[in-house]
Design a protein around this ligand. Sequence first.
Ligand code: DGL
Length: 263
Amino acid sequence: MDTRPIGIFDSGVGGLTVINKVLRLLPNENIIYFGDTARVPYGNKSKETIIRFSKEIVKYLLGFKVKLIVVACNTASSLSLETLKRSFSVPVVGVIKPGVEEALKVSRNKRIGVIGTEATISSNTYKKAIENIDKSFFVIQKSCPLFVPLVENMHLYDDIAVRVAENYLSPIFNKGIDTLILGCTHYPLLKNVIQRIAGRDIELIDSSMAVARHVKRLMERRNLIGGSIRPYTKFFASDNTENFSKLAKIFLRKSITARRVIF
Ligand code: DGL
């Protein structure tokens, strides 16, 4: 039994959608969560900057002797995962591959849409990952830069969210896709609005459950499974823990307290 914690990070609150699912499958694990609220959003930053931020966070998490790191951010997974894997000996899991595998299983007509931050979409990571597995899939991508600020400002169901979503999504929903990958860990909070516009024929892929299953399999393979009787989840944020805690309550459906960290 390995009681060391799992480290999970995101640019902000988005990765909390992943925590939920990891805890559902691995309820006896200790978790350290870091949200880089001082530097969110990552989606409009360069690759170099995202790699630098990600490395700093991994070093911080290693201070807690984490046994595994989950990059619960599509932007950081798209741009820094390979560098993190090369730079650190701890196992590092990203969110792209599990989401892609899920989408390929679900799609019947082989036409998939991907939405994400500007950085994720322009990196083409999703498109390449899908085509690496099966070239016959048609992939249409769209960046939705206002979605993260909408979520961070709690516009989850209102008219503003609907109008922004319609504007971004109508052009890709005209392309006959039957599956849409929510390629940003913030987006599951806009699921209701997105599904309303998508209609019943388009299946939304929220990769968080697929990521949790992937984490569990990897931990079983590497003998990393813990079994804490009273497991803890500790939250750290690089700025404004009050707002982080407020949003965390919506994501996790319970109150938490986050501690502020200054690098
Ligand atoms: N939640 C993050 C993601 O999955 C990104 C948000 C951002 O910082 O732009 O891509």
